[in-house]
Design a protein around this ligand. Sequence first.
Ligand code: HAM
Length: 435
Amino acid sequence: MMALITKKPKGTEDVLPKDAYRWQFVENIFREEARAFGYQEIRTPVFEHTNLFERGVGSTTDVVQKEMYTFLTKGKDSITLRPEGTAGAARAIIEHGVFNDPLPIKAYYLVSCYRYEKPQSGRQREFHQFGMECYGSPSPSADAEMIIAARSIFDRLQLRNIRLEINSIGCKECRTEYHKALKEYFSSYKDELCDDCKDRLERNPMRLLDCKNPHDSELAKGAPVGLDYLCDECREHFESVKKYLTENGIDFTVNPKIVRGLDYYTKTVFEFISDDIGAQSTVLGGGRYDGLMEELGSKPMPALGFALGIERLLLTMDAQGIEIPAPSRCDIFIASLGENAAIKAHTLTNALRRSGIIAECDIVGRGLRAQMKYADKIDAKFSVVLGDDEIDKNKAKVKNMRSGEQTEISLSPDQFAEAFTSLKLANDFIGTKEG
Ligand code: HAM
């Protein structure tokens, strides 16, 4: 059956012109906070070689086993749309030798990601992440800084009730013991496990802990917890992270059940969870991944990071009634009557735009009355009508659309821009005084 051209693919969302300011608002805050923490932007391709994700994210994860958008190119290369931002950023840092720069290297990104999951509220097939990644520090102070950066974004957005849960899943060494314990525990239920988990039991028993099958996740509740198997170094590292967080006044709870769904994590893992958006409640997730860079071919290089789901963030803000201020669409509408006036309106509008004023005029061919109706609809703050008389006198009355107050201004573009800017500033000031 042919798909309808005017229907978007399942699990995707459009952001329409009238709503895009909400995205821009949060994106500006991400960028400002990233800059405050010393991060610079990294941009990587939307698709990568499939084996990057198989190696990086892990071949036993749901993401790699079930959710990737993978296809063969005409040249028969296996390509995958990125399911997350960490692997691509790591690949770029390695490929360009960025790790030779002074450490730590701090990179942030805003990316679209693709996972073939069953769509529901807060879970899409195309979604967007803001992420921060820090390369080159093994220190617990870096873990704490990363978590504090995440918290500061939520604080800037005035989010309430978004709780931080942390855990440590140890390093390669302590995980051997833990894997043994998990294998032992799950082996006694082997026949009850889903087929994927039977396979995971052999290859990576930790993945059984985040299986989405209801029966398996029930069994996982009684499984041994990783915190009991940490080696001395990992335990001390975790204790130190907690101390830094406490000293910085960051509230957290230790949740030994957090294991994260991707294979690269070591030591600290964390999630920020909102109870206001239903089942898909993890707004942000991250942690340390000290082995990934080496796994992908770099010299050993500790690293850590997080990614925040922008759709889930906006859902949480909506649920909490946090209003995002809509920016003004039009400072002044320059209406006109007759052809000469239309041309004057057109040139004046363009001149004002060069002075940073959001100016509009008629480009549809409407009559004066319809132009004024349109000015009203787009919520123009001011309007002015140009006719033969105004053009003769080179002056016109600018009307404040809210108060009706009129001020005469010269139509010479420079003078108009200057006078209008002061008029607008004075009105903005009155606006703020009125509240
Ligand atoms: P993740 O937990 O897979 O981690 O995803 C991070 C966030 O992306 C989630 O908390 C959620 O808000 C959002 N997200 C994930 N899947 C979907 C989906 N299908 N629909 C809507 N939102 C979704 C990572 O991706 C890691 N790369 C995070 C990281 C960075 N760890 C270290 N550095």
